[in-house]
Design a protein around this ligand. Sequence first.
Ligand SMILES: [Zn+2]
Length: 359
Amino acid sequence: MSHNLLNPHLIKVARQARSMSQSQLAEKAGLTQAAISKFEAGLITPAEDAIGSLAEALSFPTSFFYQTDPIFGVPVSISYRKKSSQVKSRDIERIEAEMNLRLMHLRRLLSSVEYEPELTLPMLDIDEFDGNAERIAQLVRAHWRVPSGPIHNLTNLVERAGCIVFQCNFQSLGVDGLTLRPPGLPPCIFLNSEMPGDRQRFTLAHELGHAVMHNVPNPDMEDQANTFASELLMPRRERHSIFHSNVDLPLLASIKPIWKVSMGFSIMAAKNAGLITPSQNSYLWRRMSAMGYRKKEPSEVDIAPEKSSVVKDIIELHTDSLGYTYQDLYEYLKIKGDDFQSLYEISNEAKPKLKLVTN
Ligand SMILES: [Zn+2]
């Protein structure tokens, strides 16, 4: 494929990244909606001045539209915060666009560095374990030699095993996370960075479950990923000692900073291990509701979100060891500086420029 052909899919990706409809883009770029529609379908190649107008209206450099990357749809295993039917298709498109942009950047960034994770990500097909996701979580813990007790930093562990974790600006788009295994790239997990830390950890554990167990989707995959996440974060055999005394809200709040799981998670973990009765379970949920904790657990026990580091490290390698300026990186990734900074939370002003003092 030649590099000087315009890629019609990228007009759509850029438009969806800006949450624009075709008619909104047409108006902003001074073109007709019919033209935009035909450009995106690849039926007409826009003339050079039209490409310039599109780039301007979408705030992407013109070079962006000439890349040849494959474009992916969101996977079936997307974790919705709202009911999936309540998530607007425009919001899904926006997430899909961000996912594709990040994958394109990752592909560029990995082409110049050696990336060798120290652990391996096991592939344990759920069908070969009779649907026993709990057993698979135990094997993953054993495979990575995770000691008993809480996983101190799950993001770090997952990244050491070769998954790329992206904290994304999904804001209130109603999606917690999603996983993709793009050909030729490491497995990628996208998390909504707006969620509380404990919720991000649970979503990451859930998405990891998909990456490990679900090469092929199945109707029970969401429940299986939840079971995997629960066992990974708080092994059943350790729960007796965790829920040692009377299970009440203060105990749940005291467990939270240690195990970095929500109070709601702990109620379910205790219930699933048979450590509380059904009536204790409903009593605890009633107390949680009465205190407003089902909407927002008490701030005193908030869990700080973990930070992914692999992509940042690779970017730093480019700036620190490979001699890229930020401007070089924007050109290399075919993205404007504003987008780069908001996607990677890296500001080109973060590091003061140091000069040697010569007397
Ligand atoms: Zn899922």
